[in-house]
Design a protein around this ligand. Structure first.
Ligand code: AP5
Length: 234
């Protein structure tokens, strides 16, 4: 019988601003893996004033969660375009119901989730990181005045375009985002722990530099065949 080649299906879970996007970007830069961030997708829709964007704008700015069905539609469309590429999901699922929806979606494609990574950081640190963060909206690239500052203050390294502050990156809204995390997203960890026999779960604690070696090792162990990208000039 022909053996289908293993395909990376990774979830990155964790509190808001804990470094999920930073870690996903590092993996995607180094390896042949694509990242889908629902937060970035929504911010693009908001910037382009699409129907989805108009519905999402107020909810995102207030630190709320969008309806599960709306997120499922968004993610289904996106995953359909990625076919059998290796991918990482950042920001979905965010509720137990979204977790079940994703399972149903993947069952249709017959490729199960195979690596679930949970990143944890203390709430106090998150408030510090949040106040230092700015973003390049079109690409989703994230900078921090203390951790990874742009080469020229206020400008994106790649395009030279201005950086902005996200509408939900202020302490008041962040409190609401954290509350939603504890009430709705953290129960997902129990949902996945209950089937740890079939899906590898990895818990990481600390900032992106601290956890990177463990994340990289887990990725390579789970997918020995994952290809490194060829860097320009090498
Ligand atoms: P989303 O964009 O997914 O927001 P989030 O989960 O709150 O995550 P963040 O993007 O804020 O953070 P991150 O963990 O990626 O951290 P980052 O790498 O940037 O979602 C936004 C909104 O969209 C939601 O609130 C909701 O309204 C809606 N939404 C999205 N998906 C949804 C869904 N499935 N269902 C319903 N609604 C949904 O890093 C953080 C910062 O830390 C960076 O500045 C980084 O440089 C810095 N940093 C990292 N390490 C260090 C260090 N050692 N020292 C200092 N700074 C550091």
């Amino acid at each position: 019988a022909t053996q289908s080649k293993p395909v990376l299906r990774m979830l990155l879970l964790g509190k808001p601003c804990c470094g999920k996007g930073t870690l996903a970007a590092r993996l995607s830069e180094k390896y042949d893996v694509l990242t889908i961030s629902t937060g970035d997708l929504l911010r693009q829709h908001i910037a382009e004033r699409t129907d989805v964007g108009r519905k999402a704008e107020g909810i995102v700015a207030a630190g709320g969660l969008l309806p599960d069905e709306m997120m499922l539609d968004l993610i289904t469309t996106k995953l359909d375009t990625l076919k059998e590429n290796n991918w990482i999901l950042d920001g979905f699922p965010r509720t137990q119901r979204q977790g079940r929806m994703l399972d149903n979606l993947l069952a249709k494609h017959n490729i199960p989730l195979n690596l679930i990574v949970n990143v944890d950081v203390s709430d106090d640190l998150l408030f510090q990181w949040l106040s230092n963060r700015s973003v390049h909206l079109p690409s989703g690239r994230t900078y921090s005045t203390s951790y990874n500052p742009p080469k020229i203050p206020g400008l994106d390294d790649v395009t030279g375009e201005p950086l902005t502050k996200r509408s939900d990156d202020n302490p008041e809204t962040f409190v609401r985002r954290l509350e939603h995390y504890y009430a709705q997203t953290s129960p997902l960890l129990y949902y996945y722990a209950s089937r740890a026999h079939s899906t590898r779960l990895v818990d990481l604690y600390g900032d992106s530099d601290t956890v990177w070696p463990t994340l990289e090792t887990a990725t390579r162990e789970s997918f020995p065949g994952v290809r490194e990208r060829v860097l320009p000039g090498s």
